[in-house]
Ligand binder design. Sequence first.
Ligand SMILES: [Zn+2]
Length: 376
Amino acid sequence: MQFKNIVGQQHIKNKLIQTVKNGRISHTQLFLGAEGVGALPLAVAYAQYINCPNATDEDSCGTCPSCVKFTKLVHPDLHFTFPTIAIEKKKLSNEFIAEWREAFMANPNLSELDWILNLDSEGKKQGNITAEECRDIIRKLGLKPYEAKYKTVIIWLPEYMRTEGNILLKLLEEPPEQTLIILVAQDADKVIATILSRTQTMRIPRLQEEEITQYLIEKYEAAPEVASAVARISEGSLVQAGSLIQAGHANYFEMFTTWMRLCYNSRKEIESLTSWVEGSAGKGREFLKSYLIYCQHMLRSCLVYKFGDPKLLRLNEQETAFIQRFSASLTETNISPIVQEINKSTMHLERNADLKITFLNLSLYIGRLLDKQKTA
Ligand SMILES: [Zn+2]
């Protein structure tokens, strides 16, 4: 993985390169960034850069023996720890390394859930980073590097380590020479404080709209106007942008306005609502997941419109006109539960819940909350 293969984040790339040029590589770092902003590929590219003998001021060479091994994630001095689930006695990250390589190669911005579903297609098991895994990290880093300047371990989603993470404290405090430990996290609040306080944090910001637009045009051959519309609502995340573009976001606006109207009138129009739900469920799980991302975006926009600074709205004219009218039905007390319920439904959809039932329950719930506002 070279820096040039990673979307955007030029400022972060420059900072990382500077640490190498100045000989100030911190041994224990935390890359902190939301899902889909590139924190994991940046960690891999950084380790590759540090170990490339032909690195320039901009990037690793990509062709030397070290780079070639890093690109395939097979370098003997590159290790990964990530959440796993116990399957037939397998539970250490090493035992899942083939699946890991394949998933990362297919999509270096893979999401937490995609990875877990990759291991357990029903999504019923919880991912874990176990005490045994923590001891395995210490063992691996205790060995001298085989051929690299730095032996590296990348710990993806340290949020999964609870008290067992304390096994690593001494290692994080005094790592052996020539070692680099990069933790890649999405939510600092969920990383145990003892670990957090022993790492140096590098914050990875959300991507710019233009960067996502360009990515969608290049990777998915999206039409520029569609790419920029999707970029606008994808919250700076390639994961969200990818699922939106694959589902074809074109008529979400129309779907959203119809849906909200039917929910609002759910008492009188229960039959129309039910058949709308059936029709929408027919479009499939991936489509609905992306559609709900769009709905979240619209509802958050209502919040901004009502309680924030309307200048921050990222909407087109048609959407703005709708939000202005629709916001009248929303209050401080009903909008958060609606957004939370949509989140919950998205999780159910990801975990293979029945589409029709999930969507109908959600519609009725939204209908009740909008109704309360009517009668209030
Ligand atoms: Zn190289």
